[in-house]
Design a protein. Structure first.
Length: 179
């Protein structure tokens, strides 16, 4: 069997093993995103339909739990987050109820993190930008403390590894952002 260097078989096998989950979600008219063992469901709905949407989401999650049980997998209920994204104006008019997932009652969050990106309930990216800036400042400070012991090349490598990489990560999300 040929294997590309640095390419583990584990992620491929997991993807094959869980591919029918996408089919299940499509049958329930759910938009979704999978990354490794992390999954996100997305629903767009009219504000007047919030109770119908919550019921639909709970029904879908019950189906996912059954699918996972059949595949000998387990959903981590305590890591589940619900985020209702809307404009600030609309948020004053609607209230997102809690969602029942297994034995847990999940309250809507003001922010959620997905694949390292922090999104708030108004999709403003302010929390994410603050987090990236705080991390960059922390690393710059620490690199500054040891700078006198480093060559220029070593300093550049540390800057790229700890700062530039974080600034570049998911920066396409900022296009058109008014934050």
């Amino acid at each position: 069997m040929w294997r590309a260097p640095g390419f583990g078989l584990g992620p491929v096998l997991f993807t094959v093993y869980t591919s029918s989950l996408g089919q299940l979600l499509r049958l329930q008219d759910m938009d979704y995103h999978f990354y490794a063992d992390d999954s996100s469901l997305y629903l767009m709905f009219h504000p007047n339909d919030i109770s119908i949407t919550v019921h639909r989401l709970e029904k879908c999650i019950t189906s996912v739990r059954q699918w996972m049980s059949h595949k000998c997998l387990k959903m981590n209920d305590s890591k589940t987050e619900v985020l209702l994204i809307s404009s600030k104006h609309l948020a004053r008019k609607i209230e997102c109820p809690s969602i029942i997932i297994g034995d847990h009652q999940v309250e809507p969050s003001d922010v959620a993190k997905s694949i390292g990106v922090i999104m708030d309930k108004h999709a403003s990216m302010e929390d994410h930008i603050t987090s990236v800036c705080r991390s960059a400042q922390y690393h710059l400070y620490n690199i500054g403390r040891i700078r006198k012991y480093l060559t220029r090349e070593a300093t550049e490598q540390l800057i790229h590894a700890f700062i530039t990489s974080k600034l570049d990560y998911c920066n396409a999300l900022f296009c058109g952002s008014k934050t």
